[in-house]
Design a protein around this ligand. Structure first.
Ligand SMILES: Nc1nc2c(ncn2[C@@H]2O[C@H](COP(=O)(O)OP(=O)(O)OP(=O)(O)O)[C@@H](O)[C@H]2O)c(=O)[nH]1
Ligand SMILES: [Mg+2]
Length: 230
């Protein structure tokens, strides 16, 4: 089978609380995690475009739900991060409303949950994981900044972080800086995309089947009425 690749990537729109999301596509994958964990950098790495999503050393760079179109076929979504110490109470509530309503909107078909490979997951990381389970959205755990630890420790540290999050002990070690895990993530996106397309196709076929059954039923009913009149 031909290897999946991202050949096109462009910014679509930024969505704030209460604003409209863009027209849905069969597949939408969102990147979530603590502020500064490397969400925007991951999107730039996967698309080979350092200017696509805005990154910064200062936490809290991404404040809106940012939509990017990939291969003119699916969305990759950059979400604002949590755990940003300088944020006021009302800003935190705003974040919760924005990300909470997005995750439970039924739009994301898959979440990439990012955690820093070097640190134990925070209480907020664990809370985010619980939200994900609650919303029933399939997920993949990605352990970022893998370049910061030795090669021999990467897989062990990534899996340990996933376990501490309360999830099955598996995470993909990733580094935007050194492109570690890039191929694995692109392959994962390919699988998610193919599954989402197939699901959408099945839903469409089901709808057509339902519509034709309804039509046949209406026809049979009108024939019955004609017979009764006679
Ligand atoms: N060493 C290393 N640094 C990284 C990596 N990925 C991101 N960074 C750095 O971490 C900082 C934050 O990266 P961003 O991609 O802006 O993080 P974010 O999760 O989008 O942050 P918010 O938008 O605040 O939620 C930047 O200084 C990046 O250069 C990585 O793989 N390795
Ligand atoms: Mg960001």
């Amino acid at each position: 089978m031909k290897q999946f690749a991202i050949n096109q990537a462009s910014f679509v729109t930024s969505v704030g609380q209460g604003q409209q999301y863009p027209a849905p596509l069969a597949c939408e994958i969102a990147v979530v995690g603590r502020s500064n964990v490397g969400k925007s950098s991951l999107i730039n790495c996967l698309t080979n475009n350092q200017k696509l999503a805005k990154t910064s050393q200062t936490p809290g760079k991404t404040r809106l739900v940012n939509y990017f179109l990939m291969n003119n076929a699916f969305y990759l979504v950059d979400l604002p991060g949590y755990g940003f110490a300088k944020r006021s109470k009302s800003e935190q509530t705003e974040w919760g409303d924005l990300v909470g309503s997005y995750v439970s909107s039924g739009r994301p078909k898959h979440l990439f949950l990012l955690i820093d490979i070097r640190h134990e997951p925070s209480a907020e990381d664990r809370e985010m994981f619980q939200w994900t389970l609650h919303a029933g959205v399939p997920f993949t755990i990605v352990a970022t900044k893998a370049d910061k630890i030795s090669k021999s420790q990467r897989v062990i540290a990534a899996n340990k972080a996933a376990k501490l999050l309360g999830a099955p002990a598996f995470a993909i070690p990733f580094s935007a800086e050194e492109k570690i895990g890039k191929d694995a993530l692109i392959e994962r996106i390919g699988q998610i995309f193919v599954d989402a397309e197939a699901q959408a196709q099945r839903a469409q076929e089901q709808e057509l089947l339902f519509a034709s059954a309804e039509l046949a039923f209406a026809k049979a009913e009108s024939n019955e009425n004609v017979e009764t009149v006679e």
